[in-house]
Design a protein around this ligand. Structure first.
Ligand code: ADP
Ligand code: MG
Length: 238
């Protein structure tokens, strides 16, 4: 389970409307990529989906439940940020397990999940290290592992690779694709990188200035862009 319905979501900060009426359906298990220029509202939309930010109007439903009235622990969402957001004083293991511990998960169950996630993400050698003793790529894998151990039905990734160098971006992208195949969870992934979008997505959502320009598979957008904006963004021949 992990279907998402976004119904006419608008979001304003003061007088500035940042999301101008977003409608979107995401099926259970889909990998959906949001693309669009800086400032178009991608992160705001993710935060509204996560329930970290209230929409001004409209609704976000996860498996039919309105996010804004579901307690955070019951939403089944885990978010991965560009900046990793790890606790510097905690080991990798404790960074991964903290959320579960706070939720009252028994420690044997926490250990079991950390073992599985750290194997998936090749983190076993680093479990007793602190974030400062890791490379950027390793830190981002810890942040992804912290999401995986929560066993969410919906993963939200906000430009998770943009602080990594080119080689690490490719590796980590492949790991995320592999994770999607294994977990079969729904994933929403924000990027402004066309290659990431084209290679990861079942469905791409092209955003521009708070509106959706087009929704389609990578090939649909490439072969039949709705307008010049989409064509320019996806790199279709004109
Ligand atoms: P993106 O992730 O696509 O780069 P954002 O969703 O971060 O875009 O931001 C969209 C717009 O909303 C930007 O103009 C940004 O300045 C504005 N914005 C985002 N968060 C806030 C906030 N908390 N208060 C006021 N304006 C905000
Ligand atoms: Mg952003």
């Amino acid at each position: 389970m992990g279907s998402l319905n976004i119904e006419n979501v608008k979001k304003a900060f003061g007088p500035v409307e940042v999301l101008k009426g977003i409608d979107l359906e995401v099926n259970d298990g889909e990998f959906v990529v949001f693309v669009g220029p800086s400032g178009c509202g991608k992160s705001t939309l993710l935060r509204v989906i996560a329930g970290l930010e209230d929409s001004t109007s409209g609704r976000v439903l996860i498996d039919g439940d309105d996010v804004s009235v579901t307690p955070p622990a019951k939403r089944g969402i885990a978010m991965v940020f560009q900046t990793y957001a790890l606790y510097p004083h905690l080991t990798v293991k404790n960074n991964m397990g903290l959320g579960l511990k706070q939720a009252g998960t028994p420690s044997a169950e926490i250990d079991r999940r950390i073992k599985i996630a750290s194997a998936m993400l090749s983190l076993e050698p680093y479990l007793e290290r602190r974030p400062a003793e890791l490379s950027g790529g390793q830190r981002q894998r810890v942040a992804i592992g912290r999401a995986v151990v929560r066993e969410p039905k919906l993963f939200l990734f906000d430009e998770p690779l943009s602080n990594l160098d080119a080689a690490l971006r490719v590796n980590t992208r492949l790991e995320i694709a592999q994770l999607h195949r294994r977990l079969k969870a729904t994933m929403i992934y924000v990027t402004h990188d066309q290659v990431e979008a084209m290679t990861l997505a079942d469905k791409i959502v092209v955003l521009n200035a708070g509106r959706i320009e087009q929704i389609g598979s990578p090939m649909e957008l490439y072969n039949s862009p709705a307008n010049d904006f989409v064509a320019g963004f996806i790199g279709s021949p004109k």
